[in-house]
Ligand binder design. Structure first.
Ligand SMILES: NC(=O)C1=CN([C@@H]2O[C@H](COP(=O)(O)OP(=O)(O)OC[C@H]3O[C@@H](n4cnc5c(N)ncnc54)[C@H](OP(=O)(O)O)[C@@H]3O)[C@@H](O)[C@H]2O)C=CC1
Ligand SMILES: CC(=O)N[C@@H](CCC(=O)OP(=O)(O)O)C(=O)O
Length: 342
């Protein structure tokens, strides 16, 4: 089976990573590539690492140019997917890498993003309970935000097992590519190099409701989330430290057993050997999530650290993985489990 795929936003970081993965996917033929201001220019000008596609000319992004494909990936800024997706036929598998279809509550969308809510689609994080069933055979996929990917998988087993109270704290250090490639003063080399900065502090980052949605569903009760992102001088990668108060006395070995069981059959999630803590560099370019945990006895909290590549598992890899599930392909097809280091 070969499926023809189109990528909207092919000149961006997420679109570029998607194409890097799709180029080695055996069941995929790469069709139309679109952009906005870059339309009319060759892809090689924007993504020099994608050598086999260097001469492909980017087209305008519209439902017309994206027609005639079995799968359409939308790697566009927030708020731009809803209108295009609504014009694509019900038989086309539409995979939205933006936020437009992630939140279930229209009031949350209004509050955090503004404008009309485009509706809720099955959520592209197959490792969450029930997600695979919702993705199988679907024609619409909402790919998670990069922070909720690493953070949700860090806490889900503990919340599902009732090991921690539903009051979690998440601090995530991210590379600059998470912000996309458009020009922003705070992303200039001279601002970022040699410096780390917190932003979106105090429950003001728009991933807060996405975390709460994921974790509340897993816990079966409302989970409050205090989320702090930190921008660090690295191009890609997210290191998340998540913690929550213990619900009752439990030791690290018992929590480890729960995590090992929860992720035993997950091809992309590795609970690292005891004493080994995740580093972002070990996940770069792979679709992996690496995890380690401990019980902080003096504070009475569980602490879990996860590492991902924001562009791979955090976006494009998660998108391809979810596409595989939707199309009934082996879930690991075309996805690297080996990172690039150092
Ligand atoms: N970067 C990351 O780590 C993650 C990104 N995402 C999501 O993926 C999506 C893309 O992000 P990212 O690649 O980082 O962003 P970039 O800014 O790097 O790329 C944006 C892409 O969208 C195109 N574009 C911009 N405006 C429009 C428009 N009005 N109509 C059509 N196309 C447009 C751009 O084309 P042109 O070059 O011509 O302007 C470019 O191809 C976003 O929704 C983002 O939130 C999700 C998780 C993680
Ligand atoms: C460094 C940086 O700015 N990161 C972005 C991450 C966004 C992302 O990856 O997810 P979405 O698809 O929800 O935008 C941010 O904090 O907004």
């Amino acid at each position: 089976m070969t499926v023809k795929v189109a990528v909207a936003g092919a000149s961006g970081y997420a679109g570029g990573e998607l194409l890097r993965l799709l180029l080695t996917h055996p069941e995929v033929e790469i069709g139309v590539l679109t952009a906005a201001s870059s339309a009319g220019t060759p892809l090689g000008q924007h993504q020099p690492h994608l050598v086999p596609l260097a001469d492909r000319v980017l087209r305008e992004t519209s439902a017309e140019t994206l027609a005639g494909h079995g799968v359409v990936f939308l790697a566009l800024p927030h708020g731009h997917s809803g209108e295009i997706a609504a014009q694509l036929g019900p038989d086309v598998l539409v995979v939205d890498l933006g936020a437009d279809h992630r939140l279930r509550d229209a009031a949350d969308w209004q509050r955090w993003y503004g404008g009309e809510h485009a509706g809720t689609w099955p959520y592209g994080l197959p490792e969450l309970p029930g997600a695979r069933e919702a993705l199988a055979g679907t024609k619409r996929i909402a790919v998670p935000g990069c922070f909720p990917t690493g953070g949700s998988l860090a806490l889900a087993p503990a919340l599902a097992a009732g090991l921690v109270r539903p009051e979690v704290s998440v601090v995530a250090v991210t590379g600059t590519s998470g912000a996309g490639r458009s020009l922003k003063p705070h992303l200039l080399g001279s601002e970022v190099m040699g410096s780390a900065s917190a932003y979106g502090v105090g429950g003001t980052h728009r991933h807060t409701p996405e975390f709460a949605q994921n974790l509340s569903a897993v816990a079966g009760e409302r989970v409050t989330v205090s989320f702090t992102p930190v921008l660090a001088p690295m191009p890609r990668g997210i290191l998340t430290t998540a913690s929550a108060p213990l619900a009752s006395e439990v030791d690290t070995a018992a929590v480890r057993a729960v995590y090992e069981k929860a992720y035993a059959d997950e091809p992309f999630v590795q609970v690292l050997p005891e004493g080994s803590w995740p580093v972002t560099s070990a996940t770069l370019g792979s679709n992996n999530v690496q995890l380690q945990l401990t019980v902080d006895e003096s504070a009475g909290r569980l602490v879990v650290v996860s590492a991902i590549d924001n562009l791979t598992k955090g976006t494009a890899g998660g998108a391809v993985q979810s596409m595989n599930v939707a199309l009934g392909l082996p879930e690991t097809t075309g996805l690297p489990t080996v990172g690039v280091a150092p």
